[in-house]
Design a protein around this ligand. Structure first.
Ligand SMILES: Nc1nc2c(ncn2[C@@H]2O[C@H](COP(=O)(O)OP(=O)(O)OP(=O)(O)O)[C@@H](O)[C@H]2O)c(=O)[nH]1
Ligand SMILES: [Mg+2]
Length: 704
């Protein structure tokens, strides 16, 4: 395998709405460049970058897949590293996570649908990191594919910097090639052929349109550049040798977003696409997306992305392979990484051996001797390194920042189906969490349930399926219990006395307490206001413990009591019979008496919810939120989508993922996080308390 240097490397992420054809386009590039014997298809499971069994079963990308092609003239060959990301909204964070390691994005758009929800989302991700973009309008061979309509939707969404560099020849089934508007040449293809275009003149019926588009392009490129402007006015055009570098620069600086046309499945325009990538997207040497920070993270570090700097490597993805173990994908940001070298992991302070470094072609690891600054590779069996870590020369520590991801949107309670599954459950989930940044697994300290959280219903379904197939653990999912809490609205002043003096050693503890509400957020406060030793000092902690224990068990429905203050102000004791346990009992009795008087009430978690839906569903969604006791906080419109912000009780959101899917035909998405606790309306309180009592009754019977 040839070793490449930054000037001859192009790192690209394919991003875009689900089903636009990203994975197919990668397969077509591999086939056309001779890196695959045939054009791999998503539909029969032969696409190079959709090799995982979950991806094959679902015919969609779930996780970012890596591939590369070597393209160009032999004397100036370029390696294009391709990162094929998922476009389905529940997995699109995978795209966000790889943007810092690429030098440009190929935004793939469907030739029928144009700009869609996720197109807009990934576009915003690119804006956040100033990433150069090239737009590929794919599936141009489909029925109702329409270049003009799609161009219009692109300009509407992303502005007039969106400019075609090509025009398609023919349409739908009769799509036969493309016109290159820079060089003003036409290329025609055989549908489903080898992807090599035949150069020829521009078809006569397209000559005028092409000329007009060419001039518009030239004008746009010349804009603001005096030398080019002059040339343009004098000669009426700009020669290719000036136009290409100027375009390259405009694209690198996000001043121009070029549009190309392809059919991935029909292998049309794919060789031209690769030519354009080589000519117009920034080389790895021209773009340095991630700023390095000093090891302490205090300030930017002085580190250039060149070979003669100390080595630094950033791990952007981890796979947990059932056989090969852990596989780490990384980018070499500076220096040269040699096979078999050892690098310091700066995040974890351990040394890791990079044995058998490789470049990655789908599931295949192709060994390589060294990787230079700007290149992307993979390595198996790093011991402690995880996604987001920086490694490098021990003597020159720096850090690249990890990508910030949103909090998971949906939570389920998870239970093993049998005893045998129990042990495998934790092991399997921890492995899956290594490769899946949006998966969480934890125990709710209050309800004691094991919970898993993710981006949505389908995400969790994939996890459950992987658990079964990879780790042979069968699990059951349930809606999680709502972590209600209890509090008080009034005050109380009570006495708690515990006395057992029937023969032998007795028990005696007695306390007087006042109880009062505290503002939300303050958990519990204990004030010792005893003067004159009515309770000896050493027993006071026992009273507090008794109260705390009782509060944790709840009063109304078994949920922890919060936001209250207890003032211990009097009591009495017995020289012989008083001990810790007796005062704990006294505290517990006092607590229950006080709760009875202090107007106890139930609190429920309220979630901050953000829902994104195509405009036509806005009415339905708002009405539905209303019936879920939601409070609308705001609305926003963006590119045909409505974004609704609302506060909704968690109890009403337990199955929202599935409900939203059915209300919007799968076109809505949402995210939510815990915001605050609020009082449960009285009728609902009665129901919850009744249910809790019934449950407790059952438990008691079981115990006896
Ligand atoms: N007609 C036609 N179909 C295509 C073309 N490209 C892809 N397809 C089909 O469209 C479907 C989706 O293609 P994929 O390559 O999986 O799309 P993707 O963008 O990778 O989808 P996600 O991974 O879910 O984001 C598959 O059935 C492909 O066979 C094309 O150029 N023309
Ligand atoms: Mg895909």
């Amino acid at each position: 395998m040839k070793v490449y240097e930054a000037a001859n490397l192009r790192n690209l992420a394919l991003i875009g709405h689900g089903h636009a054809g990203k994975t197919t386009l990668v397969s077509a590039m591999l086939y056309t460049a001779g890196a695959a014997p045939r054009l791999g298809r998503v539909d029969d499971g032969s696409a190079t970058t959709d090799y995982d069994e979950e991806e094959i079963a679902r015919k969609m990308s779930i996780s970012t897949g890596l591939a590369f092609v070597e393209w160009g003239k032999p004397e100036s060959k370029v390696k294009i590293n391709l990162l094929d990301t998922p476009g389905f909204n529940m997995f699109v964070h995978e795209a966000k996570m790889v943007l810092p390691v690429v030098d440009a994005a190929l935004v793939v758009v469907d030739g029928v649908a144009g700009v869609e929800v996720v197109t807009q989302r990934v576009w915003n991700y690119c804006n956040d990191v100033d990433l150069p973009r090239m737009i590929v309008v794919n599936r141009m061979d489909r029925e109702r594919a329409d270049a003009n309509r799609v161009l219009e939707s692109l300009v509407n969404a992303f502005g007039r910097a969106v400019t075609p560099l090509q025009l398609p020849i023919g349409s739908e089934k009769s799509l036969s090639g493309i016109v290159d508007l820079v060089r003003m040449k036409a290329y025609t293809y055989e549908m489903g052929g080898n992807g090599k275009g035949k150069e020829g003149p521009i078809p006569a019926n397209m000559a005028d349109v092409a000329k007009e588009a060419h001039e518009k392009l030239v004008e746009l490129v010349a804009e603001g550049k005096d030398a080019l402007m002059e040339e343009f006015f004098e000669t009426g055009t700009i020669p290719e040798e000036h136009l290409v570098p100027a375009l390259h620069e405009a694209i690198r600086e996000d001043k121009l977003f070029p549009v190309l046309f392809t059919s991935g499945l029909g292998n049309i325009g794919v060789d031209e696409l690769m030519d354009f990538i080589v000519d117009y997207t920034p080389a790895a040497s021209e773009h340095h997306a991630l700023t390095a920070w000093t090891a302490e993270g205090a300030q930017p570090a002085d580190r250039k992305g060149t070979d003669n700097e100390p080595a630094s490597v950033y791990v952007f993805k981890t796979l947990s392979d059932a056989f090969a173990g852990r596989i780490s994908y990384f980018k070499v940001f500076s220096g040269v990484l040699k096979n078999d070298s050892s690098l310091q992991n700066y995040n974890r302070n351990t040394l890791e051996k990079f044995a058998h470094i490789s470049v990655v072609q789908g599931k295949q690891m192709v060994p390589i001797q060294e990787l230079h600054a700007g290149d992307i590779g993979g390595v198996a069996k790093l011991r402690e390194t995880l996604t987001g870590d920086t490694l490098g020369d021990k003597a020159s520590p720096i850090r690249y920042p990890a990508v910030q991801l949103p909090e998971p949107a949906i939570t389920f309670a998870i239970e093993p189906k049998s005893r045998a599954d129990e042990d495998k459950l934790g092991v399997g989930l921890h492995k899956l969490m290594e490769e899946d940044a949006m998966l969480r697994f934890f125990r709710d300290p209050q309800t004691k349930e094991f919970l898993i959280a993710g981006t949505g219903q389908q995400h969790i379904e994939v996890v459950v399926s992987k658990m079964k197939k990879r780790y042979h653990a069968e699990v059951v999912l349930k809606a999680p219990k709502v972590p209600y809490r209890e509090t008080i609205r009034g005050k109380a002043d009570v006495q708690g006395r515990h006395k057992k003096q029937t023969g032998g050693h007795g028990q005696y503890g007695d306390c007087k307490i006042k109880m009062e509400p505290l503002p939300r957020g303050a958990e519990f406060e204990f004030v010792n206001d005893i003067f004159g030793g009515s309770i000896p000092r050493n027993f006071i902690p026992a009273v507090e413990k008794g109260i705390k224990d009782a509060a944790a068990r709840g009063y109304l429905a078994g949920y922890p009591v919060v936001n209250f203050r207890v003032i211990l102000y009097d009591g009495s004791y017995h020289d012989v019979d008083s001990n810790d346990l007796s005062f704990q009992m006294a505290g517990r009795i006092a607590f229950r008496k006080a709760m009875e008087m202090a107007k106890p009430t139930l609190l429920e978690p309220i979630m901050n919810v953000e829902i994104t839906i195509p405009d036509e569903f806005a009415g339905t969604i708002m009405g539905d939120l209303n019936s879920r006791r939601g409070r609308i906080q705001g609305m926003d419109n963006k590119a045909g989508n409505t974004i609704v912000k609302a506060e909704v009780p968690m109890a009403e959101m337990l199955t929202y993922g599935a409900d939203l899917t059915s209300m919007t035909q799968g076109r809505g998405s949402f995210a939510m996080e815990m915001h605050h606790y609020d009082t449960v309306p009285q009728q609902l309180q009665d129901k919850i308390i009744e249910k809790a009592k019934a449950e407790r009754g059952e438990v008691k019977e079981e115990e006896e």
